[in-house]
Design a binder for this molecule. Sequence first.
Ligand code: AKB
Length: 308
Amino acid sequence: MIKILITGSNGQVGAELIRIIKSSIDAEIMCTDITQKTKETEGMEFEYLDVKSKELTEKIFEKFHPDHVYHLASILSASGEKDPYLAYTVNLTGTVNILNACVKYNVEKLFVPSTIGVYGPEAPKEDAPVRHSSIPTTMYGITKAAGEMLFQYYYEKYNLDVRSLRYPGLISYRVPPTAGTTDYAVDMIRHAAKGSSYTCYLGEDTPLPMMYMQDAMESTIKFMHSDPDKLSVRTAYNVMSYTFTPKQLYETILKFKPGFRVDYKPDFRQQIAESWPHSLDISQSRHDWGFNIRYDLEKTVEDMFSHL
Ligand code: AKB
């Protein structure tokens, strides 16, 4: 049985990753976070872990000796702009602490999510390429872009099998996201499910790449089990399912919830969204490790409503 350590296990991705690991892999899982154990982590080993602390990080590795690590702890784009120093320390110091602990304790594989936030405004808006030279304009993007370079560095220097996917906005129903720019999509669907109207913090014509959580998690597990010799990218691969604007999402929701109302009051997150691409080039992911998806936007919205 392999031992899997998850950081940031209480977040939007953590809650889903735990489920897919439990249902598809014979593993002993150690969940860690800076917040209390939740119902998603009930019955599982759980430890407090602030990844900014090298000592605490090493203590957990020393105690658990994981084979695989999923390092999800991160400060996302919107929260990162409210507290850039916190984003810097969690996303960079925290990631370096995890990378070093993985080397020290001979971890076999490490997964760290990256993001569409690594692109800046001068990147191509459509089919943004895996390799790019654009400069991100958020602290989140800067730390994640630096993280991607560290993954390649640790792979080359220490032979650490570290793998990363650039997630787009993720749509899911278990743990509502609260700290990003793409969160409006989940918020809008949740409001429609409750029968209340919604005020969207992005303008109606703001396109962003998105993906349903089921596809994101299945892709992550597939990617983590793919042949290392076939992986030609050691920074981060692009993944996404579809592009939509708030208005297009609203129109899709109307098919299921006629009478739902949305108004638009863009805030500081508008500028962040406008700095990101509308779509990513996913051809290398398809070629190297067989990336594919099951949910289009309509199927996503339908499935969300069936769970909310
Ligand atoms: C965010 O909006 O910050 C995240 C992301 C796209 O990485 N969901």
